[in-house]
Design a protein around this ligand. Sequence first.
Ligand SMILES: Cc1cc2nc3c(=O)[nH]c(=O)nc-3n(C[C@H](O)[C@H](O)[C@H](O)COP(=O)(O)OP(=O)(O)OC[C@H]3O[C@@H](n4cnc5c(N)ncnc54)[C@H](O)[C@@H]3O)c2cc1C
Length: 471
Amino acid sequence: MSVTDPVTVLREMLGPKGWLSGSDARPYQRDSLDRYGVAALGVARPADTSEVASVVKACHAAGLAVVPQGGNTGLCGGAVADRPDAVIVSLSRMTAIGKPDLDSGSILIEAGAVLAALHEALEPHGLMFPMHLGAEGSARIGGLVGTNAGGSQAFRYGMMQDLVLGLEVVTPDGAIWNGLRAVQKDNAGYQLRKLYCGAEGTLGIVTRAILRLYPMPQRQASALVVMPDFAAAVSFGTFLRGEAGEFLTGLEFFSDIGLGLALKHLPDLAYQLVYVLVELASAVPRVPLDEILASALEWGMEQGLVLDGALAATGAHRAQFWRLREEQPEGQRLEGEQLKHDISVPPGAIARFVEAGAEICDDILPGVRINPFGHLGDGNIHYNLSPPEGRADFDGKAGRFAEALSSLATEMGGSFAAEHGLGRAKVAMADRNRSPLERELMARLKDAFDPRGTMNPGVLVHAARQRKTFE
Ligand SMILES: Cc1cc2nc3c(=O)[nH]c(=O)nc-3n(C[C@H](O)[C@H](O)[C@H](O)COP(=O)(O)OP(=O)(O)OC[C@H]3O[C@@H](n4cnc5c(N)ncnc54)[C@H](O)[C@@H]3O)c2cc1C
């Protein structure tokens, strides 16, 4: 091995804590669903932004692919390598969380910090970062930015791009862009900070962020509500948006199929059948949220939309309600093979999608178990499938389900990639479902930021689509 061998350079640059190879690198090499990832040259774990820049520069000079990785909880295979001449850059050592700026309602944070750690750090200050998702114990800020994560409060507070004020990014050639400005209003040209939200690591590595904070709710009211069907859930959601206004912070749905799977595999969850989880919250303790929610439920019952409901009387009840919703993916995972479809449609079209999707799926594989759950407030349906009872697989029809459901979402004016991104899994699907012009504009953007195509190649746009301007 010559002294200029890039692996030797990186190993010497980063030391034993910062460079992992062989069996130490293995835990970073496969995605969380164990569908993607080949052995890369190694895993770089830089300690700070300047080390990230040095790693990226070295890889750029050697023509190696760079794959940014956060908590590796992504569901589209974007955080792992698809070729051996790649270096995974894990931000797992860059976890510093600054002190919140109380006057501005913001916080400076390193991109490797885990979301749950941020929630914990903010609690004593009476502040919150309004992003909640099932993977929050592992997902890292850089990954949340990379995927423009949504989660259960997105319809109220927005997705990651609405919560990021400033960013620091290492560009594909190793330069450091410092856009760490703690202001919401910054119209000095293209919104680069927003462009990086959802870029899935293809335009650079996010190293630090300034995030927007909100006051911690002082009062909450939650209820689990049983509905006869999805149309009733949609109507009740519409009513709640008007009735509870800005206090409505949670509006999640799941079906008895998903609940059955969760109860089967996670017995401590035992509870009665429920369908819609409603949550109101306010930072003002005097707001009578319980009354607003109780009267909304009463209205729902009078209208025949609500069959039954339970109001959370304590914080423990509330937590149990949320676990019932958030353990839906885990229940399904433990059931065995599954197919995930991350759909969004205009919220008023949820019931129509669920109904039409069920017909399509049953035609493809009769008896397939459909578990639709997700975020009623913003029309995001996790339309997940398990094989028919008694079968362990989908009879080789995974592609047909994905194709049919993505086309249905597109026809209904929605998206086949609501919040998990494209990664490697959905690039061809994007080519089929979006106009050639939209895909071409994305390829041109990628080209402009990364002419050599070394930053997470094959994610979001086909590596082959890039004009190779740099030889
Ligand atoms: C149980 C479960 C529940 C989930 N629920 C939700 C949900 O409700 N809403 C939702 O939106 N997602 C959800 N997800 C998906 C996933 O958690 C999110 O996509 C999350 O944002 C990924 O964060 P991560 O740190 O694990 O990123 P990773 O998986 O490590 O990476 C994801 C993408 O971001 C890129 N990336 C990572 N770090 C950086 C960086 N520093 N700079 C630039 N790019 C980077 C990667 O290259 C990759 O393309 C869920 C996943 C699981 C397993």
